[in-house]
Design a protein around this ligand. Sequence first.
Ligand code: APR
Ligand code: PHB
Length: 391
Amino acid sequence: MRTQVAIIGAGPAGLLLGQLLHKAGIDNVILEQRSRDYVLGRIRAGVLEQGTVDLLDEAGVSRRLHQEGLIHDGAALCFGGARHRINFKELIGKSVTVYGQTEVTRDLMDARDESGAGIVYEAEAVSLHDFDGKSPKVRYRKDGAWQELDCEFIAGCDGFHGVSRQSVPQTAMRTFERVYPFGWLGILSDTPPVSHELIYANHERGFALCSMRSATRSRYYLQCPLTEKAEEWSDARFWEELKRRLDEEAVAALVTGPSIEMSIAPLRSFVAEPLRFGRLFLAGDAAHIVPPTGAKGLNLAASDVHYLSRALIEYYAEKTSAGIDAYSEKCLRRIWKAERFSWWMTSMMHRFPNTDAFGHKIQEAELDYLANSRAAQIALAENYVGLPFGD
Ligand code: APR
Ligand code: PHB
């Protein structure tokens, strides 16, 4: 089998890249190790920057997003028992859209099906070859038979645990990492959200986040020790603990109900550099991870795809490699700013074990500054709604 671009992974990065290339007439094949249902069963974050929405518009997959997505002009920080709204719209003139990543993935898969372009699900033992030369290949097993895909480029969109980054010789890559000493216990429930906007709470018992998927479905998170197990949490225990960490008004408004899902996710910052190795490009979680506090994971995957799709389209249309040569550097400049923002939000909003009294006072001062300084709020708003793509 032959194609122009072999895409590894059918998460949002791989699917969006596939759609944008397909629209530009560039042939591509997506290889995904899991089934469609498994991919759609994953519950992930749900805040889209305007740049991500624009890209989904460009890919022609945003009809439902515009119907069902919730536009949020601000979000609240809660600490010391009081809530402080950061008004993105007023401060920076932009908003974010709340629409689950699972829904983005579903819309992209449906568009892919309609376009007739292929996704090979349950592709086993995917391996990448010869991307340092002119004729890369991808091998995999499907229904017990070995297959070989000849291509011109490989896009490694296979997430943090994928094979693409692991195929690069260690000497060619540098990695940067920070692991945080806590996780997030998340719950999804068919209850109306406690507030029409997100609430990020810093409390002495730990961080809490009130988010949502729709007017009738809520998503809440609690900071928890990494030793904690989701099975040890009943719904009642979760709601009790959430109430302890929120302001009085939120506690009074909170509607509780049975959980649809409960799980614990670790928090990590990670970047691999560079993002290009000959004819292999890394994009999305394959290249970088952010802790979820800044809601940047999906948005960063989308900005990588923005740069990579343009670079490949330019390569095929104009026979110039300027875009693909600049891909890694352009992405990394934006990635590091999102890494910084996510690390900062995480540091400011969580309780760190072993923090001394000085560290605690600095955190309080930072939050107080943010609550009272327009300049500080603008800096938060500008990063939260998403920095420009820069071209
Ligand atoms: N071969 C083929 N597919 C693979 C392989 C492999 N060896 N390893 C992983 N995959 C698939 C996974 O099953 C998954 O469907 O690659 C896909 C990667 O998708 P995501 O993990 O969703 O990563 P990405 O598309 O970069 O999206 C980033 O997802 O993890 C969240 O917070 C993150 O929101 C961000 C977004
Ligand atoms: C979510 O809705 O799952 C969500 C929202 C904002 C975040 C993280 C997760 O910062």
